[in-house]
Write a protein that binds this ligand. Structure first.
Ligand SMILES: [Zn+2]
Length: 136
């Protein structure tokens, strides 16, 4: 089986601010981030499509202790966002002091930008991550 959209290609697009997903030609479901098979029907009949990156916060967590080598990034907020097109993706939330984040964040509308983070000893090099800011 062949990957329609590899993580490498997904990440290269993300570095340029483009969020890519896979749209199923059989059931219409959108799979983001890319997977081998459709999240709706497990089929492989999918096309690469660009996703807007707007949605709302479903839940979040504040990270006070970062992973080894990333201490300079803490504290930061990781959000789980339900995109307007359906899929849920994770990213960082900016625009708010992590120490002041509370449950009122849930349901807030956000829009996606991206940031490229340098690689570390656990990764294969630079990687982009969605960076969400408020959009309401
Ligand atoms: Zn499908």
């Amino acid at each position: 089986m062949e990957y329609k959209l590899t993580f490498k290609d997904y990440n290269e697009a993300l570095k340029k601010g483009k969020l890519l997903g896979l749209k199923c030609k059989d059931c219409g479901a959108l799979t983001v981030p890319p997977k081998m098979v459709c999240r709706g029907c497990t089929g492989t009949n999918m096309d690469i499509t660009e996703v807007k990156g707007k949605g709302k916060i479903k839940t979040f967590t504040v990270v006070n202790v970062a992973a080894e080598g990333r201490q300079g990034e803490a504290p930061y907020i990781i959000v789980l966002v339900e995109l307007d097109e359906g899929p849920w993706i994770m990213g960082n939330l900016i625009d708010i002091n992590p120490q002041k984040a509370g449950m009122e964040l849930i349901g807030r509308k956000v829009a996606m930008g991206t940031k490229v983070f340098p690689g570390d000893k656990y990764s294969a090099g630079d990687a982009a991550r969605p960076l969400f800011s408020f959009d309401d």
